[in-house]
Design a protein around this ligand. Structure first.
Ligand SMILES: Cc1cc2nc3c(=O)[nH]c(=O)nc-3n(C[C@H](O)[C@H](O)[C@H](O)COP(=O)(O)OP(=O)(O)OC[C@H]3O[C@@H](n4cnc5c(N)ncnc54)[C@H](O)[C@@H]3O)c2cc1C
Length: 350
């Protein structure tokens, strides 16, 4: 097997409180200068589709990217205006162990290999780090020239890492955001990495199942119904989850609600919860505090139902309904469960 040289340098980590906590202060540890100038985005693709956070890592890498998987040309089109230097390895299926082995010689000179913390990115990143014999910094919230911040303990702690060695990093989808400027579809240079001398046991995909909206990772959800303190009971959150499922959406909540235990912490949207980036967000009785909206990404459409027409969530909304969120949820459930009744009622109105 080809031996890869070990990196020179060191990596220090310090666990610091969350940025939002009062105890947060500037780190007292010594600063190092880090050559993080050369970042390469490594993006696993499927059927020409970028994973969540795929465009963000390419933007973070100043447009330098290597796509791996099937459908590089279609994926490249989604990176128009973002990618400037694009290579691709067109390869079927998903074989993270084999991919990591074959890609290691291609990636060896990159100071930082950056992947999205999407499901495929999270599978591939540790294998790439192992093949390159590097540290993996998983779940980065921010990448600065000399340090990286990652989330730990379900978002309660922000760990700060002073980096002086070559690393592999995964970036949380939705935390950076990306502006899609108009620009040309980048040229793709196709590569075929050499077969490794040793073959490794690898994962085998038997079947691909569509995600269950009620349990899928919120950060991946394309539609989210979020509930806040304007919803009146734990039972109302069961109803929110049922209505969400009828709309093929996922249920989320504010911290006020997760602190009450009305829904699990994994459903909390915000800076100390999950950072999401849905196409549609419907907020039921959510005021729109900055700690909540900072974790909301950039939804294409926001609908807010609230009694207070002046709250921040209503200002953010494309459609703002000044009405009772509990009653709205009740009616919505009835209409989704019994569409024929809703049709009769609207015919009677005419
Ligand atoms: C360090 C720190 C970290 C935090 N992290 C997070 C986080 O990750 N995520 C998060 O969400 N929050 C977080 N918070 C809390 C955040 O500051 C807000 O307190 C929280 O988001 C507010 O939740 P809410 O909108 O449900 O409640 P409220 O702010 O109380 O708002 C309730 C809303 O419901 C409306 N309402 C009331 N009755 C009705 C009704 N019948 N029909 C319709 N509308 C109604 C009200 O007008 C109001 O707008 C954090 C706070 C701190 C200090």
């Amino acid at each position: 097997m080809q031996r890869l040289p070990r990196q020179i340098g060191s990596l220090q980590t310090a666990e610091l409180p969350c940025l939002n906590c009062p105890a947060w202060g500037e780190s007292q540890v010594e600063h190092y200068s880090l050559a993080m100038s050369a970042i390469l985005a490594l993006v696993p693709i499927r059927a020409g589709v970028l994973p969540s956070g795929g465009a963000e890592v390419v933007a973070e890498a100043q447009g330098r990217a290597l796509l791996v998987g099937e459908g590089a040309r279609e994926a490249a089109a989604a990176l128009a205006g973002i990618a400037t230097e694009l290579r691709a390895w067109e390869t079927p299926g998903f074989a993270p162990g084999n991919w990591a082995q074959r890609l290691a010689p291609v990636l060896i000179d990159e100071a930082v290999v950056l992947l999205p913390a999407s499901p495929d990115g999270r599978d591939l990143a540790p294998r790439v780090a192992a093949a390159l014999d590097r540290t993996l910094l998983a779940g980065a919230m921010e990448i600065r020239p000399d340090r990286v911040s990652t989330i730990r303990y379900g978002g309660r702690v922000l760990a700060e890492h002073l980096v002086t060695a070559q690393v592999v990093i995964t970036l949380q989808p939705g935390v950076r955001g990306v502006i899609h400027p108009h620009g040309p579809v980048p040229e793709v240079e196709f590569i075929t990495p050499a077969e490794p001398a040793d073959t490794l046991a690898d994962v085998e995909i038997l079947e691909l199942l569509p995600p269950d909206v009620s349990t899928m990772d919120l950060s991946e959800a394309p539609r989210i119904l979020g509930g806040g303190a304007g919803l009146d009971s734990a039972e109302r959150f069961d109803q929110l989850a049922q209505v969400a499922a009828l709309l093929e959406a996922s249920a989320g909540a504010t911290r006020v609600i997760t602190d009450r235990g009305w829904i699990g912490h994994t459903r909390q949207i915000g800076t100390t919860g999950v950072v999401v980036d849905p196409r549609l967000y419907i907020a039921f009785g959510v005021s729109g505090a900055v700690q909540h909206t900072a974790g909301l990404g950039q939804p294409d459409h926001i609908i807010s139902i609230n009694l207070d027409e002046h709250c921040p969530m209503m200002d953010l909304a494309d459609l703002a309904l000044v009405t009772d969120a509990n009653e709205t949820l009740q009616i919505l459930q009835q209409r989704l469960l019994h569409p024929q009744d809703a049709q009769k009622a609207s015919q009677a109105d005419v």
